[in-house]
Ligand binder design. Structure first.
Ligand code: C5P
Length: 229
């Protein structure tokens, strides 16, 4: 299967709307991200429906629990044939190792989430007791994640070049926060274009509202892909 960088998050309220969007996009999109809301609504049905259409699936549940639970959650995701699964790197080394054990020997790949973009320096310091800067904390968590066995990480395009430079290649970087100059930023703060993110070293781009709200989503995907050529 050829590498396709574009991942569409199915940030839609129900199965019916999700399936209609996937049908509308047809061959234009091969990767879909499913988050907790849609998964809790109709996850297994949606996964089976997407698999029947040969779609690749990124399950973004950001697991963070005791190692035994995370291992079995990741193993369950692997049994469903999900291609990418997320965990929180702040769960620590034993949890990350257990997650890796859960997907070991399967085609599922484990992605670590470091610091959520919604967490600012004050929250990190005052609520979480993290004294180092957000950037230093992200780098430390990524170092831990790669050492303990994740296959890649999810980060903002603003962090991609620095992480690639420091930790080299051979692991996946997935970037949300992708916008063309003509797209509204919505609630994304430091956005980059698809081209910029890929040039900085991303492997996959999670692009939601610019496609989901476009009058012609197929044409929007085509224009994003044209920018990548
Ligand atoms: O609509 P938009 O392109 O902003 O969607 C981005 C997707 O990536 C959403 O599903 C959002 O939950 C997810 N995401 C993010 N920022 C992160 C991690 C995930 O926007 N740091």
């Amino acid at each position: 299967m050829t590498h396709d960088p574009v991942i569409l998050p199915l940030d839609l309220p129900d199965l019916d709307q999700a399936c209609r969007m996937v049908e509308r996009l047809g061959e234009a999109v091969s990767w879909y991200k499913i988050g907790p809301v849609l998964y809790l609504e109709s996850g297994r049905e949606l996964v089976a429906w997407l698999k029947k259409r040969d779609k690749r699936i990124f399950l973004d549940m950001k697991f963070h629990d005791i190692p035994n639970t995370v291992e079995h959650a990741c193993a369950a995701a692997a049994r469903l044939g999900l291609d990418l699964v997320t965990i929180h790197l702040s769960g620590g080394r034993p949890m990350i190792r257990a997650a890796r054990k859960g997907v070991e020997g399967t085609a599922s790949r484990l992605l670590g989430v470091s610091v959520l973009t919604s967490t600012d320096e004050k929250t990190l310091r005052e609520d979480m007791g993290v004294g180092r800067s957000p950037e230093a904390h992200v780098h430390a968590l990524v170092a831990l994640g790669l050492e303990a066995g994740v296959h890649g990480i999810v980060c903002s395009p603003a962090e991609t070049a620095g992480l690639r430079e420091r930790f080299g290649k051979g692991w996946l970087i997935v970037n949300p926060g992708i916008r063309d100059a003509s797209d509204p930023p919505d609630d994304q703060k430091r956005t980059a274009t698809a081209r910029e993110a890929m040039d900085r070293g991303a492997d996959h781009l999670v692009i939601g509202r610019p496609i989901l709200t476009a009058p012609d989503p197929v044409a929007k995907v085509a224009s994003i892909r044209a920018g990548l050529r």
